[in-house]
Each structure stands twice: as C-alpha cells, then as structure tokens.
Design a binder for this molecule. Structure first.
Ligand code: SF4
Length: 254
C-alpha cells in the first residue's frame, strides 16, 4: 500500500508534544483561500519550474514500509512524549491506505498525532480513534452559510467534534487569523461559544502569513494576500481564551 505525500519533516517542534516527525499528505478537500501549503491541495503530483528553470515535482508516492522506516529513524528523540504527526493537506482522506501503519505504530507505543480540518467523512475519523493519541483540530469559519461558501458543511465538522468528545479524546484547536474570514466579530463570538460547548485542552492562534507566495507563483496560482493583524489583537484574543480557563498560545511561523 502507498500514500501520496508532499514532505516528511523531521525534528518538528510545533506539531504536537515533544520532538516529532511530521508527515505531510498531499490532497485536501477544502480550498481555503489563505492556504499556506498550496502544494498539498491537489491529490496528485504536480510539476513546477524552480528558480533556475529546472523541472521539479510536488508530491511523491511512499510505501508504508518506507514511511515506517522514516518515522522510526528518530524514535530515539521521541522519548515517550514526541512521535509522529500526520498533517497535510488532509491526511485523513488517505486513512484507508495507512490505517495498518497507524495500528502497527500504536502497538509499538509510538505517540501519534493527527492534524485535521475535521471536514471529513465520520468513518475516516472513527477508524483511527482507538490508535491515535493526539488531535490538532483546525477551527475556522463557524457560521453555516459562510462556511458553506468556503469550506463546506459545518454540520460535518460539529458532528466529528461531538464524536471526539464522546470518545473522551482531548484535542488542541488551531485557529488561523484571517481578516474578513475567520477574524470578524461574528466569527470570534461563535468561536468563544464553541470553546464553551467543545472545550479543547489547548488553543493555538496564529496570523496567516504571506510566506507561501513563492509556492503559489511556482504553481501558477494567485497568492492570497492577508492583512496580518498586530500582535496586540492576538494577545487580546489569547487573554479572552485564557480567562475561560483554557491554555492559549500564539504561534509564529518563520
Ligand atoms: S484545510 Fe489546510 S491544507 Fe486544506 S486548503 Fe485549508 S489550509 Fe490548505
């Protein structure tokens, strides 16, 4: 069995607890205009030309054996806390192709984390629940009509959140600040309500940066230009969340 990946990043410190190997799956069912990983969206390999005009490719197929070997290369650094994080794109769209690896690593007591939009068929989520230890859940647009325009059916997201809670899974929310999309008064109010109904163990907030501009150029697509909000606004939001008794941090991507 093979999976389609775009990258395997070793020694990640921002994708779950401890030192982690982050596996980026290629292919996503959403089309967030602000996406910082546009090379991970389409579910097939894509050609592009680099700075010196050489033809390169985004995406590669990886056998489960090779992927397992790559993950275990850094086992010595995981030390109980760290492990592997499946990210993307949307890793859970390919879950049927690598559930055997998830089960295998679970038996070996390797800590496994999934970063997901949760906008996926519920069966893809229930399949991993007995084996995956950590969940990083995106939280974006929380108004049904607005969500439908950009991301799809909010009810699917809420149902999957309910299932995580019903299975007593702890999760971290990751909230991108995008002016006019996720950062509106209405959406922040809805976010604070969501935190009451489905409280996470932790919340990470971050400004969407424009660092992916070059990747958009290479792919021949137009980059989204986000107006980054001042740190003070992020700190205010952080404070509001902390006042609800939830640990919150601001992440900066270099
Ligand atoms: S869910 Fe993530 S990977 Fe998919 S389009 Fe949105 S930002 Fe990009």
């Amino acid at each position: 069995m093979k999976v389609l990946l775009s990258n395997i990043q070793r020694f990640s410190l921002q994708d779950g607890p401890g030192i982690r190997t982050t596996v980026f799956f290629k292919g996503c069912n959403l089309r967030c205009p602000w996406c910082s990983n546009p090379e991970n969206i389409l579910p097939y390999m894509e050609k592009y030309f680099d700075d010196v005009g050489e033809e390169k490719q985004f995406g590669f197929e990886c056998s489960l054996g090779d992927l397992k070997e790559e993950i275990l290369r850094d086992q010595v650094f995981y030390q109980g806390k760290g492990g592997v994080t499946y990210s993307g794109g949307e890793a859970l769209l390919q879950v049927e192709n690598f559930i055997s690896l998830i089960k295998d690593l679970s038996q070996m007591k390797i800590n496994q984390c999934v970063e997901t939009s949760l906008m996926i068929p519920t069966k893809n989520l229930t399949m991993i629940l007995p084996y995956v230890d950590e969940y990083i859940v995106d939280v974006k647009i929380l108004n049904s009509d607005e969500c439908k325009k950009i991301q799809g059916d909010l009810q699917i997201y809420l149902e999957n959140l309910r299932i995580l809670r019903a299975h007593k899974k702890e999760f971290t929310y990751r909230f991108p600040i995008v002016t006019g999309y996720t950062y509106t008064k209405q959406n922040i109010d809805a976010l604070l309500e969501l935190l009451k109904s489905y409280p996470p163990v932790k919340m990470e907030i971050f400004n969407i940066h424009n660092l992916a501009e070059k990747k958009y150029q290479m792919l021949g697509r137009r980059a989204f230009n986000n107006k980054e909000l001042p740190d003070e606004i992020l700190r205010n939001l952080q404070l509001k969340i902390e006042n609800m008794g939830i640990e919150a941090s601001i992440i900066k991507y270099a």
